[in-house]
Design a protein around this ligand. Structure first.
Ligand code: DGL
Length: 274
């Protein structure tokens, strides 16, 4: 039997599972390997250098486990590490491997949704400070005005299983109100963090009804399908056994319990040390 060559999906913690779920739904034929760096999550408030180092370590671990293509299903890591990995590390050390992020597929599409031209972005402190969303959106839609709001408490709420609590209500309302104070005519909001779909009910509760909320799962799955169509040289080296394996840098037990809820089916993870 030939060795598996799974597609790697990486996040600082559980958030990337919201992307993996949609990818597996859209492209069930491939093998997947998910890595959550739960032991070091959240990444959102960490420095550029730290996020880059952690992300590179995780990507290299996925390469060592036979992944030829890795999706960084984390906005913070996509904002702070993806470009250096693509432009420096891959050409130098891994010319045959590929790494993709989640920001570009989202920014390419946003113009389809907004009528007022005012778009909100909710993200971690790191993602917001990097300005990746305004910079990328401007390339495709120079007339769109982007209003950003950093939500530093949202990832910790999800990672600590508090996303249905009244504490979550408090912080979600606070950040949504603060976003709309920047522009009253925002009609489209990008959930620019893969953890945020887990807070979707709370987000809806405090957002006017006519607002479009863009989650990244389906968008990234669609864009991956398109990428694989356009890159047969990569597609053919992704094995097709329909398996999904999970790894975490923290406790397997905790991961299995939370991830089963987020992923929507039973998860049995293995521990990885960094
Ligand atoms: N899911 C990550 C993101 O999309 C969360 C980052 C964090 O660990 O703070 O940004």
């Amino acid at each position: 039997m030939s060795q598996k060559q799974p597609i790697g999906v990486f996040d600082s913690g559980y958030g990337g599972l919201t992307v993996l779920k949609e990818i597996v739904k859209k492209l069930p034929q491939y093998d997947y390997l998910y890595l959550g760096d739960n032991a070091r999550a959240p990444y959102g408030n960490r420095s550029f250098e730290t996020v880059y180092q952690y992300t590179l370590q995780c990507v290299e671990r996925l390469f060592a486990m036979n992944c030829n293509l890795v999706i960084i299903a984390c906005n913070t890591a996509s904002a702070k590490a993806l470009r250096t990995i693509q432009q420096v590390d891959l050409p130098k050390k891994y010319p045959d491997k590929r790494v993709l992020g989640v920001i570009r597929p989202t920014t390419e599409l946003v113009g389809k949704y907004t009528k007022t031209g005012h778009v909100g972005v909710l993200g971690t402190k790191g993602t917001v400070a990097s300005n990746s969303y305004p910079i990328e959106i401007e390339k495709f839609f120079p007339d769109i005005k982007v209003y950003q709001e950093a939500c530093p408490m949202w990832v910790p709420l999800v990672e600590n299983n508090e996303y249905t609590s009244s504490a979550a209500d408090y912080f979600v309302k606070q950040n949504i109100d603060s976003l709309f104070a920047k522009s009253k005519i925002i009609d489209t909001i990008i959930l620019g963090c893969t953890h945020y779909p887990l807070l979707i009910e709370k987000i809806k509760k405090y957002t006017p009804q006519n607002i479009t909320l863009l989650s990244q799962g389906e968008i990234v799955a669609e864009s991956l399908a398109d990428y694989l169509n356009r890159h047969p040289e990569i597609e053919t080296i992704c094995s097709k056994g329909g398996s999904v394996d999970f790894y975490t840098s923290d406790s397997e037990e905790n991961f299995n319990e939370a991830a089963s809820v987020f992923f929507g089916q039973q998860v049995k993870s293995k521990h990885l040390n960094f």
